[in-house]
Ligand binder design. Structure first.
Ligand SMILES: Nc1ncnc2c1ncn2[C@@H]1O[C@H](COP(=O)(O)OP(=O)(O)OP(=O)(O)O)[C@@H](O)[C@H]1O
Ligand SMILES: [Mg+2]
Length: 362
């Protein structure tokens, strides 16, 4: 079964052809980073318009790279949630049009499930084959909009149970906001990762709070606030070396909490294997520390290649292929949804809230 996958939930327009065993025949990602960089974050209106322009050519390229015509694919999978509604809408409408015109089955896919299953993708140029993880595993999903630990008992949404998520910023969001505060450009993750590698956390001029020491939930906004207060007081780092030390301290704190909570989740669930997923799983520090910690505890660690950590359509095509293989189909009435369909435990901003002094009279 060769499935065409389409992804447009944020700032990448992507298309790929993948089969139900995870073999990747083509994988095309067109990034909008340059369009959003001047704003140091994704501008939804720009994202939607750019997806509209790109989706046709990107799909054509994915088919050409796979050596297939439209008539050769066995089904169409598309990200339908979560994401920027207008951006998701472009991919969903395009997929519906194709499925209708070609009379092919259509399946909507949850983008977060796609990230969690990306570890099963097999690229022809990978060299040494990676062993696929068995179920159950503990999945740490760390991306630009989401951060949570899941117990995954299987590949369908009801098999995926959140063990704890972030109450405020996602890990990728923390990287992007840190980079914005330090004037390092967008997206922040790769540049902070590079600088952190060269820096020394012990020389950082600010002491950082441990982000939410207990439990399986996360909170990263305190780190951002500590850096913001430091920059307001002392100004931006004077040179790249000073920025590198600050990045090393922030990355150290972020990675330590992600690793510690992942190990705690595996121990609590009695699950001997861990999977990394999402854009922040591309982080060199996280990959290295998690490997060391898992080895020390005798846990299996499964890490996807960097290209399948960040947004791509191969993971969407694969998750869709599994749905089709289970005999599932969607109708032409599916539309974009802002929220994930995966079970959610942690509510953002949970805790007592101050009474609002605002009254709206209608
Ligand atoms: N090497 C890296 N180190 C840390 N963060 C990184 C690295 N590379 C990318 N990122 C971060 O990953 C995020 C993008 O990941 P991804 O594409 O999975 O997120 P998204 O699709 O925007 O969000 P979501 O999947 O939650 O909807 C950005 O925040 C980016 O800064
Ligand atoms: Mg993503």
């Amino acid at each position: 079964m060769r499935i065409l996958g389409i992804e447009s939930s944020c700032d990448e327009t992507a298309a790929a052809v993948v089969d139900e065993l995870g073999h990747v025949y083509s994988d095309v990602v067109r990034s909008q980073v340059a369009a959003h960089a001047p704003y140091a974050g994704v501008v939804p209106e720009i994202a939607c318009r750019d997806h509209l322009r790109a989706v046709g050519p990107v799909v054509e390229r994915a088919l050409a790279d796979a050596g297939l015509g439209l008539a050769d694919v066995d089904g169409i999978a598309v990200t339908r949630r979560p994401g920027l509604v207008g951006a998701v809408l472009v991919g969903v409408q395009f997929a519906k049009g194709l499925a209708w015109a070609l009379d092919k089955p259509l399946v909507g896919v949850d983008h977060l499930l796609g990230h969690l299953l990306a570890v099963f993708l097999r690229y022809p140029d990978e060299g040494v084959p990676r062993a696929a993880p068995a179920f159950p595993f503990v999945g740490l999903l760390v991306s630009g909009g989401h951060t949570a630990l899941y117990r995954c008992d299987g590949p369908a949404p009801p098999d995926v149970h959140e063990l704890g998520g972030t109450r405020d910023d996602a890990a990728g969001e923390a990287y992007d906001k840190l980079a914005k505060l330090l004037g390092l450009g967008y997206p922040g993750g790769p540049v902070v990762d590079r600088l952190a590698h060269a820096g020394d956390a012990a020389r950082a001029p600010v002491s950082l709070p441990a982000p939410m020491a207990h439990g399986l939930e996360f909170s990263f906004s305190g780190l951002k606030s500590a850096v913001a207060r430091h920059v307001a007081r002392a100004g931006k780092p004077a040179d790249e070396a000073a920025a590198a030390d600050l990045c090393a301290a922030v990355q150290g704190a972020l990675v330590a909490t992600l690793v510690k909570k992942t190990l705690a989740a595996a121990a609590r669930e009695g699950v001997p294997r861990v999977v990394l997923a999402g854009g922040v799983a591309a982080n060199r520090g996280l990959r290295a520390c998690m490997r060391e910690a898992c080895e020390a505890r005798g846990l299996e660690l499964h890490v996807p290649p960097v290209r399948s950590c960040t947004d791509n359509a191969a993971m969407i095509a694969y998750a869709g292929a599994l749905r089709l293989a289970r005999g599932e189909r969607d109708g032409y009435d599916i539309g974009p949804e802002r929220r994930t369909e995966l079970e959610r435990l942690t509510k953002k901003g949970r805790g007592p809230r101050a009474q609002s002094p605002t009254t709206i009279i209608r």
